[in-house]
Each structure stands twice: as C-alpha cells, then as structure tokens.
Design a protein around this ligand. Structure first.
Ligand SMILES: Cc1cc2nc3c(=O)[nH]c(=O)nc-3n(C[C@H](O)[C@H](O)[C@H](O)COP(=O)(O)OP(=O)(O)OC[C@H]3O[C@@H](n4cnc5c(N)ncnc54)[C@H](O)[C@@H]3O)c2cc1C
Length: 407
C-alpha cells in the first residue's frame, strides 16, 4: 500500500459531513460540497452531545468551551406545576470518560467547521484543512465509479464519496436502490425555542431562580403533564448559560398529517403558549419571551438494508433518522465519522469498497439498536432502563473497539 492520500468527496456540511471531514482531513484530501451558503440555517436551538460523541470530537481538536458547551450534571424531573419529582445526578465524565455537553446546534456546527477547516497547528492535529464548496448541490451520484454530478453539470471523481445529505437525503436511493424507504412521521410534534438571558432580564426584570449560572443550573430538566395529554417540556442551559433551550413535545395535531416536514419551519408562539398554559407559570412566562419558535413533526426511518454501495457510504441522518428523544442522532453521526478512520492512504479501489462494507457491518446494527431504544423511550421506561440505554449509548469507544467486538 502506498502512502498517497485518497481524494474524498463529502456531500453536505451538516454535523455528519463536517464531523466526517474533521476525521478524514488527517490523512486525505477532502472536499465538502454544500448546497447552502456559509451561514446556512442550522437553528440556534439546543442539542446534547453525549460522551460517545464528545470523546471522538476531543481527539479532533474540538474545544467544548469555544462551542459554549455547558457540561450536564444529570437530570431532574418535575410535574407540570414545577414540583420536583426526582433529582438524578450523573457524573458523565467519571462514568463515561467525557462530559455530556448541552450546546446550541449552530455553535456545534461552527466548531465542527473549525475542526474540519482550520490549520493543523491551530487544532493540534495532522493533515491539511478540508475545502468546503458552498452554494453547490450534488444532483447525481454513481457510487460504483465514485462520481458525483454538481448542479452546474460538472462531474467530479473521487476515490470515495461520503453521503451526508441529511434526513431528506435525495441521494439515498442511489445507494439503497429503494425509492420508497424514507423517514415517516412518528405522531409527535415539537416546539423548540432558545431564549437569551438578556431578553428575559429585559422582559421580566430578572432571571428565574432556577436559571442561575452561579448556582446549581447544570441539569437537563423535564416537566411531564401526567394528565393523559402526553405533553413534555424539557429545558436546559446553553452557551455558558447565556441562553436556554426549551423543547415542548406534544402529540401531533391531526391537521399536520400531510404537512411536508422541515427543521427550519417557524412555529406559532401563541399556539405553543396555549398548549403549555397550565405548566409552571414562571417557565411559561420565559416561553413568552421567545423571538423565534421552531416547529417540527418528529420523524424516524425504518433501518436501511444497506448504507454502502461501491465506493460510497451513507452517514448521519441520511443513513439513520431517529427522533431526538434520546438525543443520539448527531452522536450517531459523529460515531459514523470516527469509523472513517479505517480508510487509509494508498488503499486501492477494491480495498476502499471492502472497508466501507466493514464499516456498514459494524455501524448499521449499532445505529439500529439506538433507533429501537429511542422508539422505546417514547413509552414509559424505568430509571434503570434509561440508565442501561445510556450505558449502551455513551459506552461506545470507537470503531477499532467495535471491530474487536465482532471477532
Ligand atoms: C428537534 C431536534 C432536536 C435534536 N436534538 C439532538 C440532540 O440533543 N442530540 C443529538 O445527538 N441529536 C439531536 N438531533 C438530531 C441531529 O440534529 C441530527 O441527527 C443531525 O443534525 C444530523 O446531521 P446530518 O449532517 O446528517 O444532517 P443535516 O444537519 O441535515 O445536514 C445535511 C446537510 O446536507 C446539505 N445537503 C443536502 N442535500 C444536499 C445536496 N444534494 N448537495 C449538497 N448539500 C446537500 C444540507 O444543506 C445540510 O447542510 C435533534 C434533531 C431534531 C430535529
């Protein structure tokens, strides 16, 4: 095997594409094609990166402080009035070797853009920065020849193509050869907002006592209606406690069955406030300060029969769409990215195809298990059950350990 770098094409600069580029840049020449522009809307709402993701990102020069990540110290559950039901501390770092970070989705993407494209010396890693080509859609893919067609009609050839074009992947059928398999609505709808401390101070005079960066404000808090309406409100701090995420979950209204889903769709603040008006009044008044409300019907997708064809591989939501009920979607994308370490300089095209098959054989069963556990999470589960799932999710130690498990 020679030491010549592979020419890698990555389609999509979301979390999966940029995490993949951050890993692959170490040994290869990486070009990412993104149909949006540099400021492409990624949403400023919150998300959680668990130790299985954080452990991998730290090895790529990822800086949790730079990304505004707030380390989570456990969960608290409340009834809808805000009375504490259970406080469940978790020492993520002690138990799984890294923090669980609560951060803005846009900050995570910005930091991944840095780990993919900053100089090796800035990050303390090896390899040349990946190149990101914005405003360029990939309109076709030939996985066997590792060829892509761009929106201007030009054709680009790589040694390998990583397909990270997201939940509504247009290129998925080129690999699965199945036009029918796509994400479906799960019957749950989510309002999501992130509110700044500054806006709350301006509107309400001061922050509520539970939003106290100096105090014990490092839990993921969950309020449950417990009145048969299946409404849940989760809130947690973001960006050094300067922001707060609120996710308000409820059964999907009947009239939304035919609405085409988008992560970036705006929601109606009045509707959100009405749906949660019987929840804790202090929380309700913070919700009323929101300047931007996002509204999604949650979707997931039956496990695919293949993620790989020829020299192309699906990763991220294109490969495994799941709801955010376990907060593992992006973490699975980061694990997918880590598996690309198996692609080595100088590999022949046959070796690349074989390596992608190996990755598929390890990653697909794990992502399927996490999808099934996430579906289970929508039902009543015990604390012990939740912790067992958490151990499974957060205990992942990378592709080399996973391959050992197969032997
Ligand atoms: C409400 C909500 C909350 C969530 N919370 C969490 C959480 O707490 N923790 C967690 O781990 N996960 C969470 N997730 C899931 C997580 O956000 C996704 O799993 C993750 O963002 C998927 O990343 P991706 O790169 O696969 O897709 P995306 O981020 O959608 O990126 C796809 C990219 O591909 C580009 N693209 C698409 N088609 C083309 C094309 N033809 N050519 C070029 N570019 C193209 C798009 O423009 C986009 O930039 C949440 C999801 C939702 C909806």
């Amino acid at each position: 095997m020679s030491d010549s770098k592979l020419k890698v094409i990555v389609i999509g600069s979301g979390i999966a594409g940029l995490a993949a580029a951050s890993v692959l840049r170490e040994h290869h020449v990486v070009t990412v094609y993104e149909r949006g522009d540099r400021q492409f809307a990624t949403g400023g709402q919150g998300m959680c990166v668990f130790p299985n993701g954080v452990n991998i990102l730290l090895s790529r020069g990822f800086d949790p402080y730079h990304a505004g990540g707030v380390p989570c110290k456990g969960y608290r559950s409340f009834n809808k009035s805000g009375e504490l039901v259970e406080d469940f501390p978790i020492d993520f770092r002690g138990r799984y070797g890294a923090d669980m970070l609560m951060m803005k989705r846009s900050d995570l993407r910005d930091e991944l853009m840095r780990t993919a494209t900053a100089s090796a010396s800035e990050l303390g890693v090896n390899g040349d920065p990946a190149r990101v080509v914005f405003n360029t859609s990939v309109v076709d893919l030939d996985p066997d020849a590792s060829l892509i067609t761009l929106s201007d009609g030009s054709i680009v050839e790589g040694d390998v193509v990583i397909v990270a074009d997201g939940i509504h992947s247009g290129l998925r059928p080129k690999i699965t050869l199945d036009e029918q398999q796509r994400p479906k609505k799960t019957g749950l709808t989510l309002f999501r907002i992130s509110v700044s401390a500054e806006d709350v101070r301006k509107a309400l005079g001061q922050l509520p006592e539970w939003w106290n960066p100096e105090g014990d404000d490092s839990r993921l808090n969950i309020l449950q209606a417990d009145d048969g309406t299946h409404r849940i409100l989760a809130h947690y701090p973001l960006k050094h406690h300067e922001y707060r995420n609120f996710s308000c979950l409820l059964p999907m209204p009947k009239d939304r069955e035919d609405v085409v889903e988008s992560w970036y769709a705006d929601g109606d603040k009045k509707e959100m406030l009405q749906n949660f008006e019987d929840f804790n009044q202090q929380i309700h008044s913070v919700l009323s300060v929101a300047t931007e409300v996002k509204f999604h019907d949650l979707e997931d997708m039956e496990p695919l029969f293949r993620w790989n064809k020829g020299r192309a591989l699906l990763v991220g939501d294109a490969a495994h769409t799941m709801t955010p009920l376990q907060g593992q979607g992006a973490n699975m994308a980061i694990e997918d990215a880590d598996s690309l370490r198996l692609l080595l300089p100088g590999m022949t095209h046959e070796e690349i195809a074989f390596t992608l098959q190996r990755i598929d054989s390890v990653r697909r069963p794990r992502a399927t298990q996490v999808l099934m556990d996430t579906r289970q999470q929508a039902k009543d589960v015990t604390v012990e059950d939740r912790m067992a799932k958490m151990d499974y999710n957060c205990g992942y130690r990378g592709i080399h350990e996973a391959l050992k498990g197969l032997q």
